[in-house]
Design a protein around this ligand. Structure first.
Ligand code: SAH
Length: 343
């Protein structure tokens, strides 16, 4: 069955024309799905009852069920565990910032990249999400919280560039003026570094921000933390980043998860400075969130600040990821993992 929520307005119109419906029905149905955010054809009250019945026979309309919601007492961050139509689980996070509400979404059920410190990848990748299922996370949260979402980060479970076609379609739909109409400037996609795909994405010249999960400044150390580093060298990644910047004019962000005694020495800071300067990157430091399955430790507050200061002295634009929702399993993949383990 056709996944109706993954169709663009033009595709939906053509579908409907082919089925003998009036073209304006396509705009109405699109609006119900992407603006009014309803979960079923039955809620589309300006569509004739028999047409609604036909639609539900012929189209797949995805929706999510909230399995769990954790609200942080510290900062109001909300973490959601959602169940997809086939029973699989994904996580998303709602965060409130001064500049607007932001949602962090998952792009896959699990992940096959195998980064050592990450909980999402411990059981591998079950499957990639459809564009509609990425939208659904935002729609369900916006509907549930009753507030508009203005920023999207694709930084939840999964590797977005390993689900490339669906990611592009998702971006097309979420930025479409007939839908939530979110600006590409307010979208960030985070990747562990699939250099070929970074270049492909660059060629589309979308205004989205690319975040590269760097985490180490030498190939040897990066390979110890991230298996993907055996496929793409830092050199290849820097080429891809430079190309991205050149094509889009958008500054890359480096994400750097600080692990005590592993990648937090002053030598690492010097290496990171060199790489950031090369491609004019902004650096976002993430004090590692320890997970039970691995023995990675977070450094002291002083060590983290010393690392940040070193970069700043070197003229790098650096921030420490504001740690939201620490009290609610903030780290990627921990909530799903807990639920699966309970079962
Ligand atoms: N696959 C994408 C997006 C997923 S995670 C990527 O690799 O970028 C978003 C960020 O959180 C990545 O930088 C990832 O490396 C980091 N991350 C994952 N688990 C972490 C943990 N336990 N502590 C700190 N950062 C973590």
């Amino acid at each position: 069955m056709v996944d109706i929520k993954s169709l663009t307005p033009e595709e939906l119109k053509n579908e409907f024309i082919n089925k003998g419906y009036k073209p304006f029905r396509a705009s109405q149905v699109y609006d119900w799905m992407h603006v009014k955010l309803v979960r079923s054809f039955d809620e589309m009250t300006n569509i004739p009852v028999d047409m609604r019945a036909e639609l539900s026979r012929e189209y797949d309309l995805t929706s999510l069920k909230i399995v769990k919601e954790q609200i942080s007492k510290e900062d109001g961050t909300r973490k959601f565990l959602f169940e997809l139509c086939d029973g699989n689980l994904v996580e998303s996070v709602f965060m409130r910032y001064k500049h607007g509400n932001s949602v962090c979404i998952s792009s896959q059920v699990g992940c096959r990249m195998g980064c050592r410190f990450c909980a999402s990848t411990l059981d591998g990748c079950v499957r990639s999400l459809k564009p509609s299922e990425m939208l659904d996370q935002i729609y369900a949260i916006s509907h549930h919280v009753g507030e508009r979402i203005s920023n999207i980060v694709v930084m939840g479970m999964g590797e977005p560039l390993d689900n490339y076609d669906s990611l592009l379609r998702f971006i097309e739909l979420i930025t479409n003026s007939s839908g939530l109409n979110i600006s590409t400037r307010n979208i960030t996609v985070s990747t562990c570094g699939l250099a070929d795909k970074i270049k492909e994405l660059a060629a589309h010249k979308l205004g989205i921000t690319l975040a590269l999960s760097l985490h180490a400044t030498t190939d040897k150390k990066r390979q110890e933390l991230m298996p993907i580093a055996k496929v793409y060298s830092i050199e290849e990644l820097m080429d891809a980043c430079a190309y991205y910047f050149e094509m889009t004019g958008r500054r890359i962000s480096f994400e750097y998860s600080l692990v005590a005694g592993v990648n937090d020495t002053m030598e690492d800071a010097a290496g990171l400075t060199g790489l950031a300067k090369r491609v004019s990157a902004h650096v976002n430091l993430i004090p590692v969130n320890p997970i039970n399955e691995r023995d990675f430790k977070r450094g002291t507050r002083e060590a983290i600040l010393a690392f940040k200061n070193k970069l700043e002295k070197n003229g790098i634009n650096v921030t420490i990821r504001r740690e939201m929702g620490q009290d609610i399993d903030g780290a990627c993949g921990q909530l799903r993992r807990r639920k699966l383990t309970e079962e």
